[in-house]
Design a protein around this ligand. Sequence first.
Ligand SMILES: NC(=O)c1ccc[n+]([C@@H]2O[C@H](COP(=O)([O-])OP(=O)(O)OC[C@H]3O[C@@H](n4cnc5c(N)ncnc54)[C@H](OP(=O)(O)O)[C@@H]3O)[C@@H](O)[C@H]2O)c1
Length: 253
Amino acid sequence: MPLPLPSLFDLSGKTALVTGAGRGLGWEIARALGLQGATVFINGRHPDTLEEKIRLDAPPGSPITAAAFDICDESAANDWMANAGTGLDILVNNMGLRHRRSLEDCPPDEFATVLDANLVAPYRLARLAAAQMTDGSNIINITSIAGPRARSGDSAYTAAKGGLESLTRALAMELATKGIRVNAIAPGFFATEANREMVADPDIQKFVDTRIPLKRWGQPREIAGAAVFLASDAASYVNGHVLTVDAGLSVSF
Ligand SMILES: NC(=O)c1ccc[n+]([C@@H]2O[C@H](COP(=O)([O-])OP(=O)(O)OC[C@H]3O[C@@H](n4cnc5c(N)ncnc54)[C@H](OP(=O)(O)O)[C@@H]3O)[C@@H](O)[C@H]2O)c1
């Protein structure tokens, strides 16, 4: 018997961890998963920031809890997963370290730091989560439209996000045997706090006006529907997919 449409997106009884969720896209994803009934842990490095965000912005009665640890700290990630992560149904690897440096200005150790935050840490969390996840669970990696395509002066971030996209497909194959789906969301231009300076830059606004088909930045909340879809039974046959949310930028010419 097919489920009625609202039930397809119902996440009641599910537990989710969203990394880097004290603000920006991560917060909106966490909030939306919570509104669909999931118990949600929001991750960031600073417990006070997370608690304050929950106090100010969580919908009343929303089951959102702080999970403060640095995703690049292996022992902290191991500890959190061992103690609080049991029973995780949804992992959203959202945290990403933005980095715009040319080849000349980015020494190899800095390149490695960017890869560690954007690729190794999500791999580590996926590995820890998958060891506990059961049939019907899923992982969502937040990649970027910078990954399959590139611009000058951005090699570390582009390489890391391209790697995360490939990792999404590789883990989708490997974890399918356990009934765990792995997908990605590739955001385009979103007006998050991290992009505040870019949003105010008239030259970038010209790019937005001429190159983005909807001629505007995405609002952080506009990422949430894609995450709810991929996390829910509505996407029960979607695996290894990269869902681009960019107002059509990457398919225009
Ligand atoms: N915004 C866009 O237009 C856009 C476009 C394409 C892709 N993306 C991707 O979307 C994701 C979210 O972007 P965003 O702009 O919403 O990010 P953001 O505003 O920069 O948010 C980053 C969050 O991560 C936390 N954080 C930073 N380092 C951490 C660490 N080591 N461990 C745990 N948490 C950490 C920060 O909190 P604390 O500092 O308190 O720890 C903050 O809450 C990223 O993967 C980004 O690459 C964004």
